[in-house]
Design a protein around this ligand. Structure first.
Ligand code: ASP
Length: 341
């Protein structure tokens, strides 16, 4: 029996048309475009069905509800398909891929995000190859995790970041090797693929939660953040300099972090450097963060740290458990504390 893939179109450039007011997603156009695309009906392609969001999004408008909708569609149709292709705008694709990697517990099938920088309606669209190759990967039964296929490369979803606003290789995975490269053949990097799970798939919808991201810069006036550090703030991701450093002199962050921590907020430290790890305590400038109760995000991306906070809080865990789990590798999103990828 031919393999079967469900294409989930959430919105994004790949299915946009421009009717005079800039590019916007177009449900009717997209359905027709797929129906008449010869490649999608040729021998060697899996069978496929299309599910479209009723309200197609530019991915800048993606929300927790959108993540839950994707997760629920996959959960409800999990046994009917060999794999899933999620067509999504590139702007927040790395956040959504990270979110789904946590939300779908015990995943054992491919969930491949893709999209394009140039819409399918344009002659030079990169969407055709991205879609066709993503479908072949989704049908292949080789991948058992959430990944992004874009510009000839398959990347772990919760390790990817959007790197280029206009290049056709829009994503990179600075801290984890690529999962596959599509040249003449699709070459899988077996050693780095997730092993999957034999347990039953579980879908954990996310709750809408107050989470913040603070990017540190020279001269930052931390006191303006003080008012937001109330007990209703669940988590803060701090993007620090280098290996986890923050300015120590002048307007100080530490009393504010201490206040946040004592009112129950989980504080995660990430680096502004896309490549490498946070090492809290390596410099005097980061030692104090550790003492104030912050957790090292090691080499996690900000996108994955945000998604992981949503996930752990939505599971209803205690603050201590969330703090511990934020520092541990759950879905291949960070290396473990012994430095193993
Ligand atoms: N703004 C678009 C989106 O993220 C860009 C894209 O699709 O590449 O939906």
């Amino acid at each position: 029996m031919a393999n079967k893939v469900l294409i989930i179109y959430t919105g994004g450039t790949i299915g946009m048309t421009n009717r005079g007011n800039g590019y916007v997603p177009d449900q009717e156009f997209f359905q027709k475009e797929l129906e008449v695309m010869p490649d999608l009906h040729s021998e060697g392609m899996p069978e496929w069905d299309l599910y479209q969001f009723a309200n197609l999004l530019d991915s800048s408008d993606m929300t927790v509800e959108g993540w839950n909708q994707m997760g629920q569609v996959i959960y409800e149709h999990y046994d009917d398909y060999d794999g899933f292709v999620i067509l999504h705008g590139t702007d927040t694709m790395a956040y959504s891929a990270s979110a789904l990697s946590f939300m779908l517990e015990n995943l054992n099938k491919p969930v491949i995000f893709t999209g394009s920088q140039i819409p399918l309606c344009e002659i030079r669209s990169d969407g055709r190859d991205n879609l066709i190759t993503a479908m072949l990967i989704a049908a292949s039964k080789r991948v058992k995790e959430v990944a992004i296929y874009f510009g000839h490369e398959l990347l772990r979803g919760n390790r990817a970041i959007k790197y280029s606003a206009d290049g056709l290789i829009a994503f990179v995975s600075p801290n984890y090797p690529i999962l596959a490269k599509a040249g003449i053949a699709i070459e899988y990097n077996e050693a780095y693929l997730a092993k999957g799970s034999e347990k039953k798939l579980n879908y954990r919808p996310f709750e809408k939660l107050p989470i913040a991201v603070i990017k540190v810069f020279p001269g930052i006036q931390f006191d303006i953040f003080e008012t937001m550090m109330t007990s209703s703030l669940k988590g803060i991701v701090i993007e620090t300099f280098g290996a986890g450093n923050i300015p120590a002199k002048g307007n100080e962050l530490l009393p504010i972090i201490k206040k946040a921590f004592s009112s129950g907020t989980i504080v995660i430290v990430c680096s502004q450097c896309p490549q490498g790890s946070v090492s809290l305590g390596a410099y005097g400038a980061s030692q104090k963060l550790k003492e104030a109760g912050a957790v090292s995000g090691i080499d996690i991306t900000t996108e994955a740290a945000v998604a992981k906070l949503y996930y752990l809080f939505s599971k209803g865990l205690s603050r201590d458990d969330i703090k511990t789990l934020m520092g541990l590798n759950l879905r291949g999103e960070m290396k473990n504390s012994e430095g193993v990828l």
